[in-house]
Ligand binder design. Structure first.
Ligand code: MRU
Length: 342
């Protein structure tokens, strides 16, 4: 998608002019919306750390970054690929199954004796397939979102930053916008890391889509007031029975949507579906550190990024990063392959 008139992806393969050695390039998402900065690294450990520290986040972007990182590991350190780099990438984040899907794809490619060029081509193809899936799912999603006054609520960032390009939930919104339908987006700020306020609102601003940030606890009331025509979110893992793990707060949105008859859509590519998990009970939910809840980041009046404490020092926090929404609470799951209803 475009930033200040130029095209970017959340993550991509970066070749030098001679094309002889490679690197991974990603947008440092922790700095947004205050600074737009790309990082280039030819060190696979730095790529693994970028996922772990959430410089790159969002299920499809995590998967694509791991694919690129493993191609890099094959290029730089082939003797340790299976016993070090495969487990290293698999341990970076636990919930988004796209990570494990990408790792499995790259491992199979390596096991059949691929050379470095083939590994790089496989990683590039993996990321390109995610982008094509997003675009296609947006085509399924846009007509569903073209209802009422096109006031769409979304949670977290299931935008192009989270999904290499187009986004999952936002793909339908972008396509509605391109069709001249003038969508309006209620952006849940999404505590604790504020991916909605920091990333989705910035994406909407870059695309010229009207939006307003609201605190997560305003969402149910706005739904009750009839001010939301549809809800669309992404997913980090979808179990075989259709239960959806997504950013914490998604479950309570589904309760309000059901109570007030507002359609709630989940948009995710095939790489987010996990047939090995029978139901949401089998999905591992990432527990994150107390500091994400008790501290906050932002810029002061001079534009300097500050890390400040909001809770009393020493008070403990509870910080599950995801929750599970039962399939029955969802109007439909939309992927590049079609639309599923409970
Ligand atoms: O912890 P994050 O920022 O990686 O979580 C991302 C999400 O949960 C998003 O809601 C998203 O839907 C999944 S990625 C399109």
């Amino acid at each position: 998608m475009q930033v200040a008139g130029s095209n970017y992806r959340a993550v991509n393969w970066h070749s030098d002019a001679a094309g002889s050695s490679g690197a991974v390039q990603w947008i440092e998402q922790r700095l947004l919306p205050h600074r737009f900065q790309q990082v280039v690294s030819s060190d696979p450990e730095q790529v693994a750390l970028a996922i772990e520290s959430m410089q790159v986040r969002g299920a499809p972007s995590i998967g694509a970054t791991a694919a690129y990182g493993l191609a890099l590991a094959w290029q730089k350190d082939q003797p340790h690929f299976f016993e070090h780099w495969m487990p290293r990438f698999r341990m970076t984040r636990p919930t988004a199954v796209n990570l494990f899907d990408a790792c499995a794809v790259m491992e199979s490619c390596a096991r059949v004796g691929a050379d470095t060029d083939m590994m790089i081509e496989r990683a590039v193809a993996y990321a390109d397939a995610e982008v094509a899936a997003n675009q296609c799912m947006g085509e399924h999603l846009a007509p569903l979102l073209a209802i009422g006054e096109r006031r769409i609520l979304t949670h977290c960032n299931a935008g192009w930053l989270a999904a290499v390009d187009w986004g999952t939930a936002t793909s339908g919104i972008y396509q509605l916008h391109e069709a001249g339908e003038s969508p309006f987006v209620w952006v849940d700020e999404t505590r604790p890391r504020l991916q909605g306020a920091r990333l989705t609102a910035w994406e909407m601003q870059q695309a010229g889509i009207d939006c307003r940030i609201q605190v997560d606890s305003a969402a149910a009331w706005m739904i009750a007031q009839g001010k939301v025509d549809a809800i669309v979110v992404g997913a980090d893992r979808i179990a075989a029975n259709g239960d959806v793990a997504n950013k914490v707060g998604t479950y309570h949105l589904s309760l309000a949507a059901g109570r007030h008859d507002v359609p709630m859509y989940v948009a995710a590519p095939s790489s987010t579906f996990d047939s090995a998990c029978a139901s949401g009970n089998d999905i591992p939910i990432e527990m994150r550190g107390d500091e994400e809840v008790t501290m906050m980041d932002g810029t002061d009046a001079s534009g300097t990024i500050r890390h400040i404490r909001v809770a009393a020092s020493g008070v403990a926090a509870n910080n599950p990063a995801f929750d599970v929404t039962p399939f029955e609470n969802i109007t439909a799951i939309v992927s590049e392959q079609g639309i599923w209803q409970p």
